[in-house]
Design a protein around this ligand. Sequence first.
Ligand SMILES: NC(=O)c1ccc[n+]([C@@H]2O[C@H](COP(=O)([O-])OP(=O)(O)OC[C@H]3O[C@@H](n4cnc5c(N)ncnc54)[C@H](O)[C@@H]3O)[C@@H](O)[C@H]2O)c1
Length: 299
Amino acid sequence: MNVGLIGLGRLSHNYYKGLTDNKNFNLVAVCDKDEEAVGRKIYKDVPFYNSFFDMVHNVHLDYALVATPEFTHYGIVKFLLENNINVIVEKPLEMEKQKREELLALAERNNLVLRVLYHYQYAEEVLQFDKLFDKKKINKIKVLINNAYSSDGLNLDPQFYSLHGCYIDAGINVLSMLEKWLPLEEVELVDRKFISAENVKEPIYAKLDLIVDKVPVEIEIDWRIHSNEKITHMVYEGKPLEINHTKQEIKYDGKVHNFDEMERLTRHYYNFFKLFDGKSNLNEVRKVYQVINKFDSNN
Ligand SMILES: NC(=O)c1ccc[n+]([C@@H]2O[C@H](COP(=O)([O-])OP(=O)(O)OC[C@H]3O[C@@H](n4cnc5c(N)ncnc54)[C@H](O)[C@@H]3O)[C@@H](O)[C@H]2O)c1
């Protein structure tokens, strides 16, 4: 399959190994509106376009991988789907419900793949949990996500403004991961707390206590502390189980299962491309947004 990558920003180097090690994908073109985009170096051997219109009109693409900021997704994805190109797009797809539904309907109507890339689902420790454990035996979940996105603990650092705050950015990751274990059919709010950044009206701290399909779930996201730790604590068959996403390991019953030497995000995308089944995930997208929107601090 011929693939074109649109958006060579901070994230883009993480795709390189997964895309180029995989015989199913043939990276034929890359694009960024900024000729000096940070990801350009690593893709220096691939033809570059500074406009996705030019790329689409000059190269035959089966798929486009869209890794531009969320506010550009609607226009770019719509153009691609209208030009008969299948789309893999970074999360979040599009925050406005009407536009999001329009894209989902367009993909269905044109019989094209629209796949939102929920990279947390492809973490090695998450895939291994699915293999080694039984999700029906989960009694309780607590997910802690920290990112050092606020240098002073009060304001959001400017390079992260486009992420829509910690709840949207990390909340979508967490819910897409939880969706592998719990169907997200019945979600009840027990309590929530948000702390906004002082410079932008978006949360840099969020904590939700939920009951998801009868399982108590706590999600705590903190961008104020200088740490990048990501851990899921579970009670599994009455005993503590820890999935350490930062270390890519699972601890249970006195045993440590350690899986990986590959850098965390590189591994997520490597697994995504390796396991890609050529299918849309429209229902999954709808479910994740339904929960994320229901408990947003604005509602
Ligand atoms: N950074 C991460 O760790 C991470 C992880 C998962 C998902 N994401 C998602 O991936 C996407 C990209 O993230 P990022 O951190 O690389 O962002 P970024 O802002 O660093 O890079 C985005 C790139 O897109 C380019 N761009 C913007 N508009 C364009 C257009 N119209 N045509 C061509 N290029 C255009 C920009 O010039 C920039 O180089 C976002 O949707 C984000 O939510 C990021």
